[in-house]
Structure formats: C-alpha cells, structure tokens
Write a protein that binds this ligand. Structure first.
Ligand SMILES: NC(=O)c1ccc[n+]([C@@H]2O[C@H](COP(=O)([O-])OP(=O)(O)OC[C@H]3O[C@@H](n4cnc5c(N)ncnc54)[C@H](O)[C@@H]3O)[C@@H](O)[C@H]2O)c1
Length: 365
C-alpha cells in the first residue's frame, strides 16, 4: 500500500489504474484527476517535508457566521487541528472572531487561530464552506438555491486555485451546492463532500434514543437523500445494539405504532424550521456534525457517515449529490455503502433525487 501524493488517499500499488513515474520513482493515484494534477507539477506534491505535513493539520473555514464560528470553537476545543483559519468577505468579522477565540487558548489546546484570505486555503487539509445567505424563517432550503449558486460560482474557483485537499460544503441547499462545487472545482468526486444529512441522522438517532431510552451511540439509524423536505428515514435498517427496531418493542415495552414513527420523523425533518423560528439560526448541532466529519478526515478514520456525495449509480439514481452512508477518511469519501432498502424507501429516495435533479437542471451548470 502507498499514498496518493496529491490527496493522501491510501492506494494499492498492485491494483492502481493511475500511475506516473517521476525521477525514476513510481507514484500511484486514486483517480485520473489526481494524476493530472501531479503530472502538471510533481514538485508541488513532493516538496513538502513529511515531518511538517504529518504534524500540521490545517482547517480553513470560509464564512465566519453562526455556523462557521461555532464549528471553529468546537474544533479549537477538540485539539484536532493545529491551524484554524477564518475567512469571510467581512474581514473585520473574521478578525474579531479569530481574536476572541484565540484569547481562550490558555483554556484549550495549542492551536494557531487567525483570520486570513483565500490564499490561506493553501495546504489546508479541509476547507469548510459555510459562506452564503442563511435560511430565513418560512424560507425553504431550495428557495436559497439561486442566491447561493451565484456566490459559489464566484467563490469556489478562488478557493481551489490554492489546491486544498478536501472541500466540505455546508451552505444550503447543501446537496445542490455540493454538486455546484464539484462541477466548478473540477476536483475528483471523493474530495468534494457536503455535510448532507449528517445532522439529520444525528437528530434521528437522538430522538430514537430518547424514545427507546438507550444511549444514542448504540442507536444505528440513517436519514438519507436530500438534506431537506424530501429526506428519507431508513426505518428498515434501524437497529439498537444489533436488535432491529421492530423487534425492540418487547424490550422497550412502549407503544410504538406507525403514527409514533411518523411523529419521530416529522420532528427530525422539521427541527431546523422550528429552531430557526425560535432563535433565528441553527449552529450547535451542525457545528458538532462538522467536527465529526472533519475529525474523520484529519484522523483518516474510515468512518461511516451520511454525507452528500456524487451519486453515479444507486437504485437508478445518477449524476447528482445526495446523502447515503459512505466511508470517510483522509482522502474524503472513499467508498459508498449500498443499503438494502425496502420498496417504500427506494421510492422515497428516488423522489428525493427527483426534487434535487429538477433544481440542478435549472441551474445551467
Ligand atoms: N447543511 C446544514 O446542515 C446546515 C445547518 C445550518 C446552516 N446551514 C447553512 O450554512 C450557511 C451559513 O449559515 P450561518 O447561520 O452561519 O449564516 P451567517 O449569515 O451567520 O454566516 C454566513 C457568513 O458567510 C459570509 N459570506 C457570504 N458570502 C461570502 C463570500 N462570498 N465569501 C466569504 N464569506 C461570505 C457572510 O459575511 C457571513 O458572515 C447557510 O447557507 C445555512 O443555511 C447548513
């Protein structure tokens, strides 16, 4: 096994389809895109001293609003990153937050936190993009699409010019904007990730945990599809400590009919609307969901997470981004998990894909 020198993904030399030779040394790549980047300028990827790159974990956050700064705070407290850069079109805002956060460092982990520009995306392991207009009360996520697509068409080229490893898109509508970022960046699919239904899955697990009175970490459940109104709960695969949900009732000894399940899912689906109605924005849940995804990348965890990714062939769905369980490591999305969905779930996922496809088709990408 070796590592793709461009994206850091683990590659099996014996099976790798993409190879280059530079100064008599063979290099192997996960994709044609990584090979092409390497061939243009090998020194760029080989020139970094190993010790420095192994120790430095840099995360750039573009958009220093509610979500970006809450995530920055969680990341700083976690000690996972050595460098955190805040970038915002409102430079004073980014500077103010960077100062404020850095004053807390004596109570946290050693981290360099500073405000920067797009050029600071250079050498970033992950760039987390939360820039854009936020969802207003009563506004659906899909209403935001035109506003934020225009922002992304301008912003993404300014970021990828500096060749960060992974783009993690958070701005809404996140699935559409992940697809926009993928197309505009020209990056290989695995290196552009949307936070997708990672938060919805956490909400689902958390509500099931309250319902069944079991630690949320032992509740295994997924929300897949669009991060939004058409998202899909995968009830057929919910299990609690290895026991399927339908078989858990005798253990739980609580009434649980279809109405109860529908109520749980409705609460998951409407959570963002309800929180925004009450406090104007959501930040803590998403901040921690981002920490989970970024942690999986920085520590090369190969964790199974529901994030938005390019779908090429999944129950007949193709050429759009939506969430399914995938394996996430230092190279981004490494593999897709094929769930055995029941007929209702397959239909709902296809409807969700149809909603996203109809939006993407209107964007003229
Ligand atoms: N995917 C999810 O689960 C999830 C959850 C919560 C929020 N969101 C989305 O995240 C985004 C941010 O939400 P928020 O509450 O932090 O909003 P916010 O308004 O507080 O922050 C957005 C920041 O982006 C900055 N910005 C705008 N255009 C920019 C550009 N071109 N370059 C650099 N900075 C730019 C703004 O100045 C602002 O500081 C929204 O789109 C929101 O809908 C997604």
């Amino acid at each position: 096994m070796t590592r793709d020198p461009v994206c850091g993904m683990v590659v099996d030399e014996k099976q790798a389809r993409f190879k280059s030779t530079y100064q008599d040394h063979p290099y192997f790549f996960c994709s044609e895109a990584c090979k092409a980047l390497f061939d243009q300028n090998p020194e760029k990827y080989l020139g970094r001293p190993l010790a420095e790159s192994a120790l430095r974990r840099k995360v750039a956050i573009v958009g220093a609003g509610q979500v970006g700064t809450t995530f920055a705070f969680a990341l700083m407290m976690s000690g996972l990153a050595s460098n955190i850069v805040l970038i915002d079109q409102n430079a004073a805002l980014a500077e103010g937050h960077a100062m404020d956060l850095s004053h807390g460092l004596p109570f946290a982990q050693p981290t360099a936190i500073y405000a920067g520009t797009h050029a600071d995306c250079q050498d970033a392991d992950v760039v987390v993009v939360t820039a854009g207009a936020a969802q207003k009360p009563g506004e659906t996520r899909l209403d935001l699409v035109r506003k934020n697509t225009a922002i992304f068409k301008d912003l993404i080229p300014k970021i990828v010019e500096h060749d960060p490893k992974i783009l993690l898109i958070v701005s809404n509508p996140v699935d559409v904007l992940t697809y926009v970022a993928l197309k505009v960046s020209g990056y290989p699919a695995g290196r552009v990730i949307g936070s997708g239904t990672s938060l919805d899955t956490a909400r689902f697990r958390s509500l099931l945990s309250q319902h069944c009175q079991v630690d949320a970490r032992n509740v295994h459940a997924y929300i897949i599809g669009e991060h939004g109104d058409s998202e899909v709960p995968v009830w057929s695969q919910v299990n609690i400590g290895g026991v399927f949900f339908k078989d858990f009732c005798p253990i739980c000894q609580k009434r649980c009919d279809e109405n109860e399940k529908a109520e749980i899912f409705l609460e998951v689906k409407n959570a963002a609307y309800e929180i925004i109605e009450k406090k104007g924005y959501t930040n803590f849940g998403i901040g921690l969901a981002l920490l989970r995804i970024v942690g999986a990348i920085l520590r090369d965890e190969n964790s199974v997470l529901t994030v938005s990714t390019l779908i090429e062939d999944y129950y007949g769905i193709q050429d759009l981004c939506l969430s399914i369980p995938v394996i996430v490591g230092s190279g981004g999305v490494l593999r897709h998990l094929h769930l055995s969905l029941d007929d209702t779930e397959i239909k709902a996922l296809q409807v969700s894909a149809g909603v996203l496809k109809s939006v993407i088709d209107q964007l003229n990408l």
